[in-house]
Design a binder for this molecule. Structure first.
Ligand code: GLP
Length: 264
């Protein structure tokens, strides 16, 4: 696990965009797993900007949405399908057939989830999974208590998550109580995981996820088990990390390391 501390939110998004661009240059048919929420918005803006200036062509890129509210149609502005379309897809040249999403209204939930897993496998797995971090430690909608080996499935949202997401709905009672989400086991199979977090209100949960025990109680702590997980944080989100100075030191020293690995 690597902790990258950046001065501010903009730099967090720029770092993630640079990693994606570098990966795309090596593999044009990059498979991305995409999160929603406020945190990745700046990253999507940067991806749109680098697409518009001709640096990245999305026509061969394949995407998978991380989660979806159960009960919402794709056309509902609160659905995650709508969010990804509004904040990314409609601004880039991704092919509609390369966009994969969990349906908010599947006719057979279990089969829909199994088919999603099969689809991920059929394209060779996810190369880069983008994640935000819920205040209770959830990744995707894997709420506390989710099995660390869970697969794509139906989940009940916690009251806390319903409250946290209520501002996007007219009334708290309109917030769906259920969702479909890639499981923690599904997420852990991605080759590279980028978890983005920004702001003081994420500082405590970032520290628990990165430096606390691996526990289903804090789903993001499962990322400690992944060989290529990067937490990209701004100063505020990193402020309660015990080993903050060490992470900074290793980042500073990375420059020296590159002299040993010129080919990279
Ligand atoms: C939502 C999403 C997550 C997201 C999280 C944090 O409930 N399902 O994928 O990472 O909450 O959201 P935000 O980035 O707005 O803090």
């Amino acid at each position: 696990m690597e902790i990258i501390i950046k001065p501010d939110y903009d730099a967090v998004c720029a770092e993630a965009a640079t990693i994606i661009l570098r990966a795309w240059k090596k593999k044009n048919n990059l498979v991305l797993g995409l999160a929603t929420g406020k945190t990745p918005l700046g990253l999507y803006e940067k991806l749109i900007a680098i697409h518009k200036n001709g640096e990245i062509d999305f026509s061969t890129v394949i995407t998978f949405g991380l989660d979806e509210y159960l009960g919402l149609e794709e056309t509902n502005p609160q659905s995650f399908a709508f969010y990804l379309d509004r904040h990314l897809y409609r601004h880039i040249n991704i092919r509609p057939e390369n966009i994969h999403r969990l349906s908010g209204r599947p006719s057979d939930i279990d089969e829909h989830c199994r088919a999603y897993e099969r689809k991920i496998r059929s394209v060779g797995g996810i190369d880069i999974q983008i994640l935000g971090l819920g205040r209770n430690g959830h990744i995707g909608f894997n709420e506390p208590g989710s099995s660390l080996t869970s697969r794509t499935r139906l989940k009940s949202l916690t009251q806390e998550t319903v409250k946290a997401n209520a501002s996007l709905f007219e009334d708290e009672k309109d917030v769906p109580r259920f969702c479909l989400t890639m499981g923690i086991g599904t997420i852990l199979e991605s080759r590279l995981i980028l978890l983005l977090a920004s702001g003081e209100d994420k500082a405590d949960i970032v520290a628990r996820a990165a430096e606390g025990p691996v526990t289903a109680f804090v789903p993001a702590s499962a990322l400690q088990l992944h060989p290529q997980a990067k937490f990209i944080l701004d100063e505020e989100a990193a402020s309660r990390l015990a080993l903050k100075d060490y992470y900074r030191w290793t980042q500073e020293n990375k420059e020296r390391l590159s002299s040993f690995t010129r080919k990279e």
